[in-house]
Design a protein around this ligand. Structure first.
Ligand code: SAH
Length: 283
């Protein structure tokens, strides 16, 4: 991001003297109202990030462009979002990058979509609720610009009923019953492609892991992310008293080997090589 002047249509954060943050879309003719008077958007348009402006009753506000996590925490939400503390690790675990073809379901409010789009991924989203699909598209366009919608197509459909895409690089699931999408993901992903599921409950994780195993996904891994803030004020240097103790578990695995071209089955040699134990065959 460059240090160019703030323009009409841009999103900005106004920070007050207590570091409270207000998200505003700059619009000619509008005003930002607070308990201490107002600032016209016209005064903010043409200012630079870091400038401090005064409201009509003398309170000062510093203007900044929001980061993606600030936007996620402030944006309009329909469904529950995945929080930034989990989104960061998801991008690494699912190895997101430019040009990767991703199936995401559901899209909810679009928080995770935004982060994956910003990595350069091309997303097809399956979402059953139209109002969430609309909200996700709006949020994505608002933060990343309309241009990114070329790489973001949402279809109103149930992911448990099938995935029409093929040769996908990634399948990313934030659904109540992700195991129901696993058989479809197993054929829609290319070998070596990754599947990732986000689930709040460990019972969901177990069912998901069982389905991954049954469909010969390999290298499964489940983690949770604990994020403990610290309080640093003079001699008081200690962890924060409160923390978010739980959000969800992250589970990742890879689409296993191709079928043997002659026999059309996965060979035991191949499975051995990948460290997958076949339970049907006593060892
Ligand atoms: N990851 C999103 C939040 C997703 S919330 C974010 O970061 O913003 C879960 C979403 O899954 C909801 O929008 C819900 O409508 C959708 N959903 C639930 N079951 C579904 C199904 N079977 N197929 C597609 N979408 C589904």
């Amino acid at each position: 991001m460059t240090s160019h002047q703030l323009a009409a249509g841009e999103l900005v954060l106004l920070l007050d003297s207590k570091a409270r943050r207000y998200l505003v879309t700059l619009t000619e003719g509008k005003e930002f109202h607070s308990h201490s008077g107002y600032i016209t958007h016209a005064e903010i348009i043409g200012a630079y990030e870091g400038d401090t402006l005064r409201s009509t009753r003398g309170a000062s506000y510093t203007v900044m462009r929001p980061t993606l996590s600030e936007f996620i925490l402030k944006m309009p939400r329909g469904a529950q979002v995945i929080y930034p503390k989990d989104i960061g690790p998801i991008l690494m675990m699912a190895d997101l990058g430019p040009g990767l073809r991703v199936l995401e379901s559901g899209v909810g409010s679009g928080a995770l979509s935004m982060a994956m789009l910003r990595c350069g991924a091309e997303i097809v989203g399956y979402e059953i609720r139209e109002e969430f699909a609309d909200r996700a598209r709006e949020n994505v366009a608002k933060f990343l610009g309309e241009g990114v919608l070329d790489r973001y197509r949402i279809e109103l459909r149930d992911c448990y009923e099938g995935i029409d895409e093929h040769d996908l690089d990634r399948v990313i699931l934030d659904l109540p019953e992700p195991w129901k999408a696993v058989p479809h993901a197993a054929t829609a992903l290319r070998p070596g492609g990754l599947i990732l599921g986000y689930s709040p409950s460990i019972v969901q994780v177990i069912q998901f892991r069982n389905a991954l195993k049954a469909h010969r996904f390999v290298l499964p891994e489940t983690i949770e992310v604990l994020n403990r803030g610290w309080y640093l004020e003079g001699a008081a240097v200690r962890p924060d008293h409160r923390m978010v103790a739980h959000t969800g578990f992250l589970t990742v695995a890879r689409r296993g080997p191709r079928l043997d071209p002659l026999t059309e089955v996965v060979t035991d040699e191949l499975l051995d090589l990948l460290g997958v134990q076949d339970e049907e065959q006593p060892s």
